[in-house]
Design a protein around this ligand. Structure first.
Ligand code: ZN
Ligand code: ZN
Length: 373
């Protein structure tokens, strides 16, 4: 698959001990490489990890999210693929580009990473992929497919899948048996491109493309550039806002969306009210289509429309820590009709660092007075 941003270039084995060692492919997930390595040697992925890490139930947790360097060193020694390259194929590494304080990430769900829901050896959520990319030769499960803003394939124009189209099993390629390949279902053996498929949603694909092109850069919110990680934090807050508003189905929220040009028929409630990262590609695609319009409209337009419909500040759920100033500013603006944006968004020129610091301290005092933490 072709992506506009590459997370790692891959690596070839040097002096491997395993006879049929495989290169790490560009942007490949660590587990995808382990699975291909096992299948190449005629064994199951579980058998290979038992040999490499005796006494460890490697697949009982989300292996791409947490694996120690010492365990990677064992794989590196056997395979000949450098340890640093294997580290770059983990999601822990990826999170340094997505959040400001990756060392503070705890719990089952990390922002913008799809959740597999590991219970013992079984997952409630499948590993998502493009049904057409994954059946091609030299295929791999890529890092991009674990990122929750990815809901479709830009090459084939289809929605990603996370379940087999035949038996509906959540995709768990680590359960493939010897002789299998990444392009088939571990449970029923059907080819993964053999089910019904949905076209990619235009707005969700636009969101995905914009985020991919903005990694490590300064994407725009309104007319002002934001740090990429702050932009993602704002977008994630808007995802929760959209999710809650769609669930409540209030007339005011409907008028708000309508005034931004979001068609009412696109506001389909998401069942169960699960956090965004737990949702299927189709459900995330609905929310991201809405959020793409909200993010494109910018903060000033958001405030005007929200004030017009008297949406309370409580509709914006800020993250527990690390809210960028523009988000605090949005909350403050919704609380006070006289409040004007102070964080510099939508200005022609960015503020100086001293100005920004003064505004930030003023805003913090104001927010503290009003009892928001
Ligand atoms: Zn594809
Ligand atoms: Zn199946």
């Amino acid at each position: 698959m072709v992506a506009s941003y590459s997370w790692h270039p891959g690596a070839v084995p040097l002096n491997p001990i395993w006879p049929l060692s495989k290169p790490l492919l560009t942007d490949e997930l660590l587990t995808s490489w382990i699975i291909r390595m096992a299948l190449a040697h005629g064994c199951s992925p579980a058998a290979l990890t038992v040999i490499a890490w005796p006494g460890i139930r490697a697949w009982a947790s989300d292996l791409d999210r947490s694996v120690s360097v010492s365990r990677l060193a064992v794989l590196s020694k056997q395979s000949g693929v450098p340890c640093a390259s294997l580290q770059s194929a983990t999601l822990e590494h990826v999170m340094t580009s997505i959040v400001r304080q990756p060392h503070r990430l705890l719990g089952a769900s990390w922002p913008w990473l799809t959740v597999l829901g590991c219970r013992g050896g079984h997952h409630s959520g499948g590993l998502q992929c493009c049904p057409d990319c994954i059946v091609q030769s030299n295929s791999r499960f890529s890092i991009q497919w674990r990122l929750a803003w990815h809901t479709c394939c830009p090459i084939h124009g289809v929605q990603l899948i996370e379940r087999c189209g035949h038996c509906l099993a959540a995709l768990q390629p680590e359960l493939l048996r010897a002789g299998g390949s990444l392009g088939i279902c571990h449970r029923c053996g059907a080819a993964l491109n053999d089910g019904t498929r949905c076209d990619a949603a235009v707005a969700a694909l636009a969101f995905q493309r914009y985020v991919d092109e903005s990694i490590g850069r300064w994407p725009l919110y309104g007319s002002s550039p934001l740090d990429f990680r702050d932009w993602l934090t704002v977008a994630r807050t808007m995802v929760s806002f959209a999710q809650a508003a769609v669930r409540r189905h209030s007339a005011a929220a409907e008028r708000f969306f309508e005034s931004l040009g979001i068609p009412l028929e696109s506001l389909q409630p998401i069942p169960l009210g699960l956090p965004f990262e737990y949702l299927s590609p189709a459900e995330r695609s609905v929310l991201l289509s809405i959020v793409w319009v909200i993010m494109s409209a910018g903060p000033q337009r958001f405030i005007e429309a929200a004030r017009h419909e008297s949406l309370p500040a409580s509709t914006l759920h800020l993250p527990t820590s690390g809210s960028p100033p523009v988000l605090l500013d949005l909350v403050a603006a919704l609380q006070s009709p006289r409040h004007h944006l102070v964080s510099g968004v939508d200005r022609e020129h960015p503020s100086s660092p001293a100005q920004t610091l003064r505004m930030w301290l003023r805003l913090k005092r104001k927010v503290r007075r009003r009892g928001i933490r």
